[in-house]
Design a protein. Structure first.
Length: 277
């Protein structure tokens, strides 16, 4: 039994798609959600830079007594998950990977499209997963420049996001893909638009529910599940604009948040700010 919170980190609001599933799966667990919006997007940054950010954020979450950390960002998982586990060996650290295995299992055409960032496709984690589970399946890897930023801005249905998704989906659909993997935690918030463009015969896979179930299993195996009767407490932290974060969280999840603000000092350490939104 351990009543410390679960730490969840992402470069922005995308990881809220994973946070949502964690809360559904384990409603009694406290959480701290950390959005590094000062450095958004991670997808275009260097791997060493991302590792540095993630290490500092993990130290911050450990300092807030987090019993586990979920790297709710495919790009950060690809760049930093292995190092985080080596640096913090006693901390259960769970990351994201594109859902190649379930996609390969259900495709009927043998063609799977994957929407993700360059860093995700370049990472050893994706290459290993594809090598293990995609034998005999054609993977169409589509880099989605600008899509996470569009979602971060709150544009889930406008002409901007429609144009981007059409550009990214049409080549894989033309090639015969019947399964599309959402390989960035921002993308589930655009899943309805993906389905509208792709059509009813296309299966869209969001890895977040499976990740939440895995986190639940890890905590249970390590005897870290919370045992309490009071309602869970959820804290939200951003390195950018707390009011804007709260507005987007309200739009995406229909929840009200009080968002704590922290600042990067020379991109090496975090310092609390007095204001909150």
């Amino acid at each position: 039994m351990h009543d410390g919170p679960i730490g969840v980190m992402d470069s922005g609001v995308g990881g809220l798609s994973v946070w949502r599933e964690l809360v559904r799966e384990m409603p009694q667990e406290d959480t701290i959600y950390f959005a590094d919006q000062a450095h958004l997007p991670y997808g275009s940054r260097q791997r060493d830079e991302i590792r540095g950010f993630c290490t500092t954020i993990t130290e911050y979450l450990i300092g807030r007594h987090c019993k586990a950390v979920v790297v709710a960002c495919n790009t950060a998982s690809a760049a930093a998950l292995k190092q985080l586990r080596e640096t913090f060996p006693d901390l259960p650290t769970i990351g994201m990977e594109p859902a190649v295995k379930p996609a390969a299992a259900i495709t009927k055409t043998g063609v799977v499209g994957i929407l993700a960032t360059p860093a995700t496709f370049q990472g050893a984690l994706f290459k290993a997963t594809a090598g293990r589970h995609a034998d005999g399946v054609q993977l169409i890897n589509q880099v989605c420049d600008g899509l996470a930023e569009q979602i971060e801005s709150g544009d889930l249905t406008g002409p901007g996001i429609q144009a981007l998704l059409k550009r990214y989906l049409e080549p894989m659909l033309t090639a015969g893909a019947d399964t599309v993997v959402l390989g960035c935690t921002h993308y589930p918030f655009a899943a309805d638009m993906v389905r509208r463009i792709a059509g009813p015969d296309i299966t869209v896979i969001d890895p977040a529910p499976a990740v939440a179930r895995y986190v639940q299993r890890v905590l249970s195996e390590k005897h870290l599940r919370a045992q309490r009767e009071r309602p869970a407490n959820h804290r939200f932290v951003t390195t950018a604009d707390g009011q804007r974060f709260s507005q987007i969280a309200k739009q995406l999840l229909e929840i009200d948040t009080v968002t704590e603000l922290v600042s990067w000092i020379n991109d090496e350490r975090l310092s609390p700010r007095d204001e909150a939104a």
